[in-house]
Ligand binder design. Structure first.
Ligand code: 1CP
Length: 343
């Protein structure tokens, strides 16, 4: 008789188990590549309205679960809702992306305990999704990591290198650190409420970590991630955390050892053999199919999935992309990916 399967596959992987096949979900799995997402977004009247409408946000969170049968859902929201809840002006320019009224002074922001007024609908989305998900599907809550969020707060938008945030860090470290500290506190408060509303695991997106070097990587990426993971573990032992210090290369080892995340997401540029040899004994490794393959599919996708699974099959592995799925991805290729993994 086979062993009865207990627990959600994603959580088992994050607890360090090596499973017969990796659980699968995709970064940005709800999004513009899905016609059913575009329909709800149009009806909601814009991206931010969608984020703050619990019914619509729950619906788009569930769409990829219904269509593809992923092992995890990720809350539909955005990392920039934290600056907005701290009082910073946020809007989205169609076809371009987010814009914020840039800040350099944390004293212009609200306190961390004042964010819930704005973020209440997000917690309601978590409750609704939790109630609607099949029992074996995990729900991931998330936030941006402080450095990544701060880069948008200071620059007011995504730039090729987030230079304005680097400039403030050097010119006025006290002002810069005050922003980081406020985001750390707000993120702990935000993720605590997500967990209380039903998130099974949390993920911190540090998409701009790769632009930090040396002691800045330590103080601005590793340390703030560590503070958040530690605070949440004390309050909610057993709720795992996934880190994503994107583009940090071998800095990922220092990141997992210091932050003690349960899972480490790796980008497509990371060598799988290195991840297996160095990261997998400390954390479940999540990744790292090239999102480009969701556009092109075919034999190249098949081979990438085989190699990834083969290389990481000796330890805890969560199959995912190396970064977010893009709007021009073909849902048929996502379907093929899920079938290749789930058999
Ligand atoms: O037009 C649309 O419909 C909006 C596109 C979109 C979507 C679907 C944005 C704008 N955000 C999101 C949702 C989102 N963002 C999720 C939802 C859950 C899921 O994965 O399905 C998540 C986890 C994020 C996280 C996020 N937002 C990150 C970190 C991850 C990453 O991609 O590196 C970042 C950097 C953002 C900021 C942001 N929000 C949206 C855009 C286009 C951007 C990037 C802006 C830039 O750098 O210029």
């Amino acid at each position: 008789m086979p062993e009865p399967v207990l627990g959600k596959p994603l959580l088992r992987s994050l607890a360090g188990e090596t499973l017969p096949r990796p659980p699968i979900w995709l970064m940005r799995q709800a999004g513009r590549y899905l016609p059913e997402y575009r329909a709800v977004r149009a009806k909601a009247g814009g991206f931010l309205k969608l984020c703050y409408s619990p019914e619509d946000a729950a619906e788009v969170t569930l769409q990829p679960i219904r269509r593809f049968g992923f092992d995890a859902a990720i809350l539909f929201a955005d990392i920039l809702l934290i600056p907005q809840s701290l009082g910073q002006k946020l809007w989205f320019v169609t076809g371009e992306g987010p814009r914020l009224a840039p800040i350099t002074d944390a004293s212009t922001l609200r306190n961390a305990d004042e964010i819930h007024e704005t973020l209440g609908p997000i917690y309601e989305t978590v409750r609704m999704v939790r109630g609607a998900l099949p029992p074996e599907v995990a729900l991931i809550g998330f936030a941006g990591a402080p450095w990544t969020v701060a880069t948008y707060m200071i620059a007011g938008r995504g730039t090729p290198d987030q230079a304005p945030a680097h400039a403030l860090m050097r010119r006025d470290p006290t002002a810069f650190n005050a922003i980081i500290d406020r985001v750390v506190e707000a993120t702990i408060a935000y993720l605590s409420r997500q967990i209380e509303a039903g998130a099974d695991a949390i993920k911190l997106f540090d998409s701009w970590a790769g632009s930090l070097t040396g002691s800045e990587f330590e103080s601005v990426c590793v340390e703030p991630n560590r503070r958040i993971v530690e605070a949440l573990r004390l309050k909610y032992p057993g709720v795992p955390a996934i880190g994503f210090p994107r583009g940090v290369g071998e800095g990922a080892l220092r990141f997992v050892r210091r932050t003690r995340v349960d899972g480490i997401a790796i980008g497509q540029e990371m060598d799988l053999g290195w991840a297996r040899d160095h990261l997998q004994k400390h954390a479940a490794v999540q990744g790292n199919i090239d999102p480009q393959l969701m556009i092109t599919g075919g034999d190249e996708l098949r081979r990438a999935v085989e190699t990834t699974i083969e290389t990481l099959s000796g330890g805890p592995h969560i199959l995912n992309l190396g970064h977010g799925i893009t709007p021009d991805a073909d849902p048929a290729n996502v379907d093929m990916l899920v079938r290749l993994v789930k058999g």
